[in-house]
Design a protein. Structure first.
Length: 112
């Protein structure tokens, strides 16, 4: 890809928030058919390198992933009454969050 364009919820913010979301959706997944945590962790470093994330901000990437998962979980939870698939999406976000927290040490090691 040359550019990432997503205007539906566009707003000013910390680039680490966007990178955390990208890292989650491209590199980190709790599904058993996905690569093991060490392989997922290894994908985070080239992502941070390509993005130009400064070494001092890299430890924050794991936290940014968890923060985005938490926000996603809350977003869907708030829509339980209105969106039929909201319960499933909220539960998925929570599973992803637990997985990321459990693998946090591997992710941090890869980012150093």
């Amino acid at each position: 890809p040359v550019a990432f364009i997503d205007f539906d919820l566009a707003a000013p913010g910390d680039p680490l928030e966007d990178l955390g979301y990208m890292a989650w959706t491209w590199c980190v997944a709790s599904k058993p058919e996905f690569p093991p945590p060490a392989a997922q962790a290894a994908q985070l470093r080239p992502l941070a390198d390509a993005y130009g994330l400064a070494p001092g901000r890299r430890p924050g990437l794991a936290d940014a992933i968890v923060e985005r998962q938490t926000r996603n979980m809350r977003f869907w939870h708030a829509r339980l009454a209105d969106v039929p698939e909201a319960r499933e999406r909220s539960a998925w976000s929570e599973r992803e969050r637990r997985y990321t927290l459990a693998c946090g040490a591997a992710f941090l090691t890869a980012l150093r």
